[in-house]
Design a protein around this ligand. Structure first.
Ligand SMILES: Cc1ncc(COP(=O)(O)O)c(C=O)c1O
Length: 353
C-alpha cells in the first residue's frame, strides 16, 4: 500500500507560536531559587493527608461538591464565585477561551508571566503589550493607552513576575473602569507574601477575575491547584468551557488539608519576608542593584557580571533564573528560608574582589 506522505497542518495560531520551554529538569536536590516555589516544601500535615487516600477514592472521577464550599469559606467568597483550576495556567486559559475570539485584542504587560501571552496567542488573539519603564514600576498609563474597543482580556500579575513590583488599588480601579468590555484578570499568585488582594472587589466590578494558586507559598506546585474567582454569572460562563474533571482528587484532598493548616503558610511567608529584607540589605551593602519586591523573589541587576554570578551560584548548586533576555544583566532570585538566604549571601560576598 502506498504511504500517504501528506502532513497534518496545525492551526495558524500554533504555527505562529514559539514553543515554550521552561528550564525545568535536574532540579532535584539543589537549592531551588529559580521558580518562586516554596523552597522547603508543603506542611507535613498536608503530606500526611496522602496516607488517608484510599484505593476506592482513586477509582472514581473527582467530585467537587463538598470541597467547593470549604475552599469558598477559606477565601471568603460564595461557592458560586469560584472555580477550582488546574493551576493558574488553567485559570488563564479559561478566561481566554470564555471571552476571547480569534482576532480579538488581549493586553499583557512586558515583562510578565509568560503564560498570558501563550494562551492569548493559542486562541489566535491579537496581543498588545504595555512595557514596564526602566524603574519597573507598574505602567498604568501605558496600559490604559493600549485599551481599544476590541480588547477582550487584560492580564495583570500583582505583584508582577519577574519585576516584584505591584499596581496600586487606584491604578487597578482605573483599569477596571476603563475596560468594561474586557475580562480583567488580576493574578495574585504571590498574595501570601504581598498581603494585598482585590478579591473583595468581585462584588463591585463585573469584569474582574482574580486568581490564586497553591503552587507558591503552599508548596504544592506539583499538584497543579489554583482558584479562579469572579461574580457568579461569570463563573457560570467559565465553568461551561471547563473540563468537568480538570482538577484531580489528590489535589483537592491535599488542598483542603493545606487550608486547614494556614499557620504553616503564614509562618513560612513571615520567614521569607525577613529573609528578603536581609538579602536586600546585603545587596545594598555589596553594591548590587535590585528592584524592591512585594513577592518571594528579588530581581537583581548584576550588569556585566550576570553570567559570572549565575555560574558561581551554579557551582554551589544554587539555581536562579536568568532574565537577561528581557532585562539585560538581571537575575531573578527566589527568597527561601533564613538559612538558605544566609548561604546565598555567603556566596555573593565571595564574588566580590
Ligand atoms: C504571576 C504568576 N502566576 C502564575 C504562576 C504559576 O502558577 P500555577 O503554578 O498556579 O500555574 C506563576 C509562576 O511562576 C507566576 O509567576
Amino acid at each position: 500500500m502506498a504511504r500517504n506522505r501528506s502532513q497534518l497542518k496545525p492551526r495558524d495560531a500554533i504555527q505562529r507560536m514559539d514553543p515554550y520551554r521552561p528550564p525545568s529538569s535536574g532540579r532535584g536536590g539543589k537549592m531551588r531559587l529559580d521558580f518562586n516555589e516554596n523552597t522547603v516544601g508543603c506542611s507535613p500535615r498536608v503530606l500526611r493527608g496522602l496516607d488517608g487516600i484510599a484505593a476506592d477514592s482513586l477509582a472514581v472521577y473527582p467530585e467537587y461538591q463538598e470541597a467547593l464550599p470549604r475552599f469558598a469559606a477559606h477565601f471568603g467568597v460564595r461557592p458560586d464565585e469560584l472555580t477550582l483550576t488546574n493551576g493558574t495556567d488553567e485559570a488563564i486559559q479559561l478566561v481566554v477561551s470564555t471571552y476571547v475570539n480569534a482576532g480579538d485584542g488581549v493586553i499583557v504587560l512586558r515583562p510578565s508571566y509568560a503564560m498570558y501571552r501563550f494562551y492569548a496567542q493559542l486562541a489566535g488573539a491579537r496581543v498588545a503589550e504595555a512595557d514596564y519603564p526602566a524603574d519597573l514600576r507598574f505602567p498604568a498609563k501605558e496600559l490604559l493607552k493600549r485599551i481599544t474597543s476590541r480588547t477582550r482580556a487584560i492580564f495583570v500579575a500583582n505583584p508582577n513576575n519577574p519585576t516584584g513590583t505591584s499596581a496600586s488599588p487606584s491604578q487597578l480601579k482605573a483599569l477596571l473602569r476603563a475596560a468594561p468590555r474586557a475580562a480583567v484578570m488580576v493574578d495574585e499568585a504571590y498574595f501570601e507574601f504581598s498581603g494585598r488582594t482585590v478579591l473583595p472587589w468581585i462584588a463591585d466590578y463585573p469584569n474582574l477575575f482574580v486568581s490564586r494558586t497553591f503552587s507558591k507559598a503552599y508548596g504544592l506546585a506539583a499538584l497543579r491547584l489554583g482558584c479562579l474567582f469572579s461574580r457568579s454569572q461569570n463563573i457560570q460562563a467559565v465553568r461551561k468551557g471547563q473540563s468537568p474533571y480538570s482538577v484531580n482528587s489528590v489535589a483537592v484532598a491535599l488542598g483542603l488539608a493545606a487550608i486547614r493548616d494556614t499557620g504553616y503558610v503564614r509562618k513560612y511567608a513571615a520567614e521569607v519576608l525577613r529573609a528578603r529584607a536581609l538579602l536586600c540589605r546585603e545587596l545594598d551593602a555589596l553594591g548590587f542593584k535590585y528592584f524592591p519586591s512585594d513577592a518571594n523573589f528579588v530581581l537583581v541587576d548584576f550588569g556585566a557580571a550576570s553570567g559570572a554570578m549565575r555560574r558561581l551560584l551554579g557551582e554551589h548548586e544554587i539555581l536562579v533564573r536568568d532574565r537577561s533576555y528581557e532585562l539585560p544583566g538581571c537575575v531573578r532570585i527566589t527568597v527561601g528560608t533564613m538559612a538558605q538566604t544566609k548561604k546565598l549571601i555567603g556566596i555573593l560576598r565571595r564574588a566580590l574582589p
